[in-house]
Write a protein that binds this ligand. Structure first.
Ligand code: NI
Length: 377
């Protein structure tokens, strides 16, 4: 294998130049397969159209650690002016998935060289379509991760200095649930509202009241966000419409709060509508649950970082979501942040990753994986 530093740099720049959207990561998948197979790493027959799972089996039997990264990009026109900027108009790796992929591929190449010393096996998931979010469920449906004992994931963070690892036990990212409400009133002449049931008044009442779920009905120490992001009704100035529509998202960190928020939203909506003589259909579309980091894994991750003299920081909670959480519904796991030292936020057209973080972070994940396989937590 040629110098691993330059392999990771070349891969990262190639990925950055060739961003592909969720479930269309064909070139990316082919590129990763070529590198893995060239290095003699087994690529499992998953049946996935895009994305892949590689496997490294140690000489001694033991547990199975899964390293997961995501490979999809965003529909954003890049404005970084990097020499290796996106060559695909309107598409960009603006969430650092190119860095995640290079890091986990680097860890895989390092672990492959240590194969004789490994007790157990490593599966490396190159997941499609994290942004949709839909890829994790598709990967889990292959059944190829049934033997997994624990999951490790990585995400870049512009809030941390380059290379600093953000670690925290417990909930760190929110459950991403959607709701849609259709209000059925009764249409009428705008000048004769008493002849109908105005769904727009009901819609407005729901928009106003929804925030009191967070401010009045949930524990002040429970993190929750209700955002109504899309309202629609009516088509002209002198007709009261039949129906009104609104949709949005609820974000929560604790499973119990998530359940309560749904019950409250549903109850509020239907009762407000009824009080106006209208009727509301409430649809709740659960997305990925909250990312909840395992305390023992977090402690092991801190220990390995200290041992390698890598700086760590307390990871801040965020109400954004990540479908990494889907892997953690039945298994412990840890989602690690790594600082990019960039002033622009994720999903910004000028977002950049400092390439210096790739090699040491790959080394860190290789070391942490070996520690968890050979020594446990
Ligand atoms: Ni991301």
């Amino acid at each position: 294998m040629k110098n691993l530093h330059s392999t990771l740099k070349e891969l990262f720049e190639w990925l950055h130049q060739h961003p592909e959207l969720g479930f269309a990561e064909y070139e990316t998948t082919a590129k990763l397969r070529t590198i893995l197979e060239h290095e003699g790493i087994e690529v499992l027959d998953t049946g996935l159209q895009t994305g892949l799972i590689a496997q490294i089996t140690g000489d001694l039997p033991g547990r199975c650690v899964v390293l997961r990264c995501d490979i999809d990009a965003l529909p954003i026109q890049e404005q970084t002016e990097l020499p290796y900027a996106s060559t695909h108009p309107g598409r960009m790796h603006a969430c650092g998935h190119d860095a995640h992929t290079a890091i986990m591929l680097g860890a895989a190449l390092m672990l492959n060289q240590r194969r004789p010393e490994l007790t157990g096996s490593v599966k490396i998931v190159f997941q499609p379509a994290e942004e949709l979010p839909a890829g994790a469920r598709v990967v889990l449906a292959t059944g190829m991760l049934e033997d997994a004992d624990l999951f490790l994931g990585v995400h870049v963070s512009p809030e941390l200095p380059a290379g600093t690892l953000g670690l925290k036990a417990g909930p760190v990212m929110a459950a991403v649930d959607r709701f849609a409400i259709t209000i059925h009133g009764r249409g009428a002449h705008a000048a004769q509202p008493h002849e109908g049931v105005d769904p727009i008044v009901v819609q407005a009442a729901i928009v106003q009241s929804a925030q009191t779920i967070v401010s009045r009905a949930l524990d002040p120490f429970a993190a929750a966000v209700v955002s109504i992001t899309h309202v629609e009704s009516g088509s002209t100035w002198n007709v009261l419409p039949e129906t009104a529509f609104l949709e949005g998202t609820v974000r929560t960190l604790e499973p119990a709060v998530r359940e309560k928020a749904e019950v409250l939203m549903r109850g509020f909506t239907t009762q407000i509508a009824a009080s106006y003589g209208a009727q509301a259909d409430f649809a709740w579309r659960p997305g990925p649950p909250a990312v909840i980091n395992d305390p023992a894994l977090c402690q092991a991750a801190r220990y390995v970082a200290e041992d390698m003299h890598i700086p760590t920081a307390q990871q801040e909670n965020t109400m954004t979501g990540e479908d990494f959480s889907c892997y953690l519904e039945n298994r412990p796991g840890l989602f690690v942040r790594v600082g990019t030292g960039c002033s622009f936020p994720l999903h910004h057209p000028k977002f950049k990753v400092d390439q210096q973080i790739l090699y040491p972070t790959a080394q860190y994940f290789a070391q942490l994986t070996e520690h968890l396989l050979n020594k446990g937590v």
